[in-house]
Design a protein around this ligand. Structure first.
Ligand code: NAD
Length: 365
């Protein structure tokens, strides 16, 4: 397997550079700081596809008016236990925490709450929102879709019908933050992994793409069309699709993300895309917040922790390996990257430097 050479940057330095870029691009300091915080948080968790690699694209979206700086939530309707809110295509790093904080406040007052969010700019790594709820002591469940973002074929189909629709559940620990965090795309691989494979990185697993003729593929050209090293990786140029994880079952979860996050919120489904061209990319998210204390279950957190230890104690299939629980890989990667820096592919670092230069921002060497 090829390993791409990397440029290693300390998390604080990286965050500072991203904040400077978005300040220069026209965001107020607090918004630029949130964008820096959440993009770097995705890298720290090991989800590079949702980290600072997005900088160039976000700045371009801002210039093109596809995302708007300085937005807030509009409450469309609400009751004590729910709200439907519109993100007005503001940055997801601003809109996401506002929507989560509304859910936290309502769940703290009522024991539980449901928040439907529509028309948010890209809300990135969904685990960040479950972590925010867990820090407030809440369980949270999130169904997400991407309005006009279809990339994934349904089970048994060839044509794109879903986006990579993440599903996420966070379980709080006793000391703040999550004890368990399941945060997963419903496609077999995230689009970012196809991007990495197209640049000579880790090959794709069998069956992760489907060609227009129905045959399965591991070739990034299925998604992006004919490639040269310089060719932009644009899924609009490809004839094929990503596949859903877990055959009909994963496809079914992706489907329900569309219904709950796209149809119920009114934000819209991944497709059809009017005129075949995406005007804006908007995330929809239906989130359920539960305060475990209102269920009266004694020692919920302690019992959940006990059960997680029992799961981990399952004998590994490979001698010397280990059973991990959801969220454990990310926690370990975060500890490692905080200590040793964030590795970025040279392409990613070059795109950040180019974006910084286009805005007269100095990048520390
Ligand atoms: P992944 O496959 O790396 O991990 C999925 C889940 O499995 C995680 O909860 C992880 O902790 C767990 N896991 C991983 N390895 C494990 C192991 N060996 N044992 C036990 N559990 C393990 O994640 P992904 O599906 O590639 O998703 C990547 C990120 O992309 C997520 O943060 C997701 O929110 C984000 N995403 C966002 C959007 C959006 O529109 N905003 C769309 C798609 C994906």
């Amino acid at each position: 397997m090829a390993t791409l050479p990397t440029h290693i940057v300390a998390a604080d330095t990286l965050r500072g550079t991203i904040v400077d870029i978005f300040s220069a691009a026209g965001c107020q300091t607090d918004e630029a700081e949130r964008i820096g915080e959440y993009l770097v948080s995705a890298n720290l968790a090991g989800h590079d596809s949702h980290g600072v690699i997005r900088t160039q694209r976000y700045v371009q979206w801002l210039r093109e008016g596809k995302v708007t700086a300085g937005q807030t939530l509009t409450i469309v309707n609400e009751s004590a236990a729910h709200a439907l809110v519109d993100g007005n295509y503001g940055f997801g790093q601003t809109i996401g925490p506002l929507a989560v904080d509304l859910g936290i406040a309502k769940a703290k007052a009522n024991g539980m709450a449901v928040i439907g969010l529509r028309h948010s700019g890209h809300i990135g790594r969904i685990g960040d929102w479950a972590e925010r709820a867990a820090e407030a002591g809440l369980i949270s469940i999130h169904f997400v879709n991407v309005e006009a973002g279809e990339l994934v074929a349904p089970f048994g189909g060839v044509d794109r019908r879903f986006s990579t629709n993440p599903f996420c559940v966070g379980i709080p620990s006793a000391d703040g933050g999550p004890m368990l965090l399941l945060d997963m795309a419903t496609s077999q691989v995230a689009e970012g992994k196809v991007l990495v494979a197209s640049r000579g990185g880790k090959p794709l697993p069998e069956g992760s793409l489907v060609n227009a003729d129905g045959t399965f593929s591991t070739d990034p050209e299925t998604l992006y069309g004919p490639l040269t090293p310089e060719a932009p990786r644009d899924p609009a140029n490809g004839q094929g699709a990503l596949t859903a994880f877990g055959l009909h079952k994963g496809s079914g979860i992706a489907f329900m993300c569309e219904i709950l996050a796209g149809v119920l919120t009114g934000g819209g489904t991944s497709g059809p895309i009017p005129g075949g061209k995406r005007a804006r990319i908007g995330n929809g998210m239906l989130s359920i917040y539960l305060d475990p204390t209102v269920f009266g279950t004694p020692d919920f957190v302690a019992k959940a922790r006990e059960y997680a230890a029992y799961v981990k104690a399952s004998r590994p299939t490979v001698a010397g390996a280990e059973v991990l629980v959801p969220g454990e890989p990310e926690a370990r990667t975060r500890a490692d990257r905080l200590a040793n820096g964030v590795p970025l592919t040279l392409d990613t670092w070059a795109s950040i430097v180019a974006t910084a230069r286009s805005l007269d921002v100095l990048v520390p060497q």
